[in-house]
Design a protein around this ligand. Structure first.
Ligand code: NAP
Length: 247
């Protein structure tokens, strides 16, 4: 039987985060469904979790600053009565070639995709230390491992998240806490929907699975990583990419 956990999933209103929250909700966990702007979508996710037998709390908050991230962690901890599992999923892209990238687009992506997860981890880890149990999963990206033209800000943030994952694993691995990263490849969501068709066709040619991933492909891995069965997996970056980047 699965132990019921108190779980915060950031960016759970849409895409991967929605699927992760729904998957975890099915196991009877208590889920803090975090969202930024998509309140109706987040509400629907929370209702679906409750309908499947789980517990859900809605947490609104902007993750584009450290203070915003701290506020989200505090609100989730209060709503759930603790925080045992943190899934850092929320993220953005602001693509452009390095020579044309605006300073504010660099900052926005680093702030949301790397600094906010750092603040959330720091806020969550205190309670995990007291409980001597915790799970942190950081949603990185395969491009954080393999690189990609036109995404220097995103790749720097996602590679940074992999480094942060390893640091947390080394610092707290002896305290019953694991911290792992996942590196999704090309997954169907609003984020990838906006890419030009020609680019999507090019990506598809390099995926051995011959299809794009679905959010459910990612959610299944996260459900395992936060379980008791994954206690000995720590500091890893696990790709979910249909074989795109075998490393
Ligand atoms: P998405 O469909 O664009 O959804 C992004 C989520 O992040 C939304 O729930 C959004 O909330 C939230 N969010 C973004 N900025 C926020 C902010 N400043 N404050 C609060 N919430 C914010 O993206 P996705 O494709 O599901 O991606 C989810 C994660 O997977 C990201 O970290 C992404 O980098 C990573 N990833 C995706 C792919 C892919 O192929 N899709 C591949 C590799 C990695 P609201 O809508 O409520 O504002």
């Amino acid at each position: 039987m699965t132990t019921s956990r108190k779980i915060l999933v950031t960016g759970a209103s849409r895409g991967l985060g929605k699927s992760i929250a729904l998957e975890l909700g099915q196991f009877g966990h208590s889920i803090a469904v975090h969202y930024g702007r998509s309140s109706e979508e987040a509400q629907a996710v929370a209702e679906a979790i409750r309908a499947s037998g789980g517990t859900a709390e809605l947490i609104q908050g902007d993750l584009s600053s450290l203070d915003g991230a701290k506020a989200v962690a505090a609100a989730a901890t209060q709503a759930l009565g603790g925080l045992e599992v943190l899934v850092n999923n929320a993220g953005i892209t602001k693509d452009g070639l390095v020579m044309r990238m605006k300073d504010e687009d660099w900052d926005a992506v680093i702030d949301t995709n790397l600094s906010a997860p750092f603040a959330l981890i720091r806020a969550a880890i205190r309670g995990m230390l007291t409980a001597k149990w915790g799970r942190i999963v950081n949603v990185s990206s395969i491009v954080g491992l393999m690189g990609n033209p036109g995404q220097a800000n995103y790749i720097a943030a996602k590679a940074g998240l992999i480094g942060l994952t390893k640091a947390i694993a080394k610092e707290y691995g002896g305290k019953g806490i694991t911290c792992n990263a996942i590196a999704p490849g090309f997954i169907e969501s609003d984020m990838t929907e906006k890419l030009p068709e020609a680019l999507k066709a090019k990506y598809l040619e390099s995926i051995p699975a011959a299809r794009f991933g679905k959010p459910e492909d990612v959610a299944a891995l996260i459900a395992f990583l936060v379980s008791d069965g994954a206690a000995y997996i720590n500091g890893q970056t696990i790709a979910v990419d249909g074989g795109l980047y075998a490393h």
